[in-house]
Design a protein. Structure first.
Length: 252
């Protein structure tokens, strides 16, 4: 085999392996159970959280999803949205520290939501929408530990919490960041303009959240796609350079 062909094959192999690495990283990121949107204002009211559950197994389907809500910083007024093919079971618990609100003192809150009866197959995901009446205002984030059960009996425990300065754990729990409320933020944790449009119809809040999560996923996908294209271009450039050098050497 000529030196030119050898160089071209090596350049192509490097480009292919690097692109495969980018795509593998993308698959790993999307395989995590996540919550959308990723942030809300502290003390936000009348909002929706969407738990996105992808299926990461090739030969099994997801048949059960359990989301555990924190009770040390409880989410109040939790309601589940009916999901076609799925049955939701809501578990409440008595709070160690009751929460005082404008409507009175709350002594119980939802601690677990379990969805069963449906199937999330390979290459698919399911969004589970949960409405809330009020988020806590005394913490910076909420961690929703989640168990994902497959049809073959395997259970993936999304319960690990990331630490500052450390790498992301293998099975991270979905985390909702709570930010300080500013002057332009409405009581529901969104901007005044957004809350104004949402108040016209209560059913519009769920699509808005879905749009936010889709936008976030699209941005990540676009970034990974661009990275893959850059890698491919670099590989072709290396191959072209090797080819031109080979031709120059033969002409000499």
């Amino acid at each position: 085999m000529s030196p030119i062909r050898t160089t071209l094959r090596r350049a192509g192999l490097v480009a292919a392996l690097t692109t495969a690495g980018v795509l593998a990283a993308a698959g790993a990121a999307f395989a995590h159970v996540t919550v959308h949107p990723e942030t809300y204002a502290k003390g936000a009211t009348d909002g929706v959280l969407t738990f996105r559950v992808p299926n990461e197994e090739d030969t099994a389907s997801t048949t059960k999803v359990q989301v555990f809500l924190p009770t040390d910083h409880p989410v109040l007024g939790v309601l589940v949205t009916p999901q076609e093919g799925w049955t939701a079971q809501v578990t409440t618990t008595k709070l160690k520290t009751p929460v005082k609100t404008d409507d009175g003192t709350i002594t119980e809150a939802v601690s677990e939501i379990t969805w069963t009866g449906g199937r999330i197959r390979h290459g698919q995901y399911q969004d589970f929408n949960v409405a809330f009446g009020q988020l806590p205002d005394d913490t910076d984030q909420l961690s929703f530990k989640t168990l994902q059960t497959y049809s073959d009996g395997n259970v993936v425990r999304w319960i690990e919490e990331a630490k500052k300065g450390a790498e992301e754990p293998e099975n991270p729990a979905p985390v909702l960041a709570l930010t300080a409320k500013d002057a332009e933020t409405g009581s529901d944790g969104t901007s005044d303009s957004a809350s104004g449009s949402a108040s016209s119809s209560s059913s519009s809040s769920a699509p808005a959240v879905a749009a936010d999560s889709t936008s976030s996923s699209d941005s990540t996908a676009r970034g990974l796609g661009i990275a893959g294209l850059v890698v491919g271009v670099l590989g072709l450039a290396a191959a072209g350079y090797a080819l031109s050098r080979g031709r120059g050497a033969r002409s000499e």
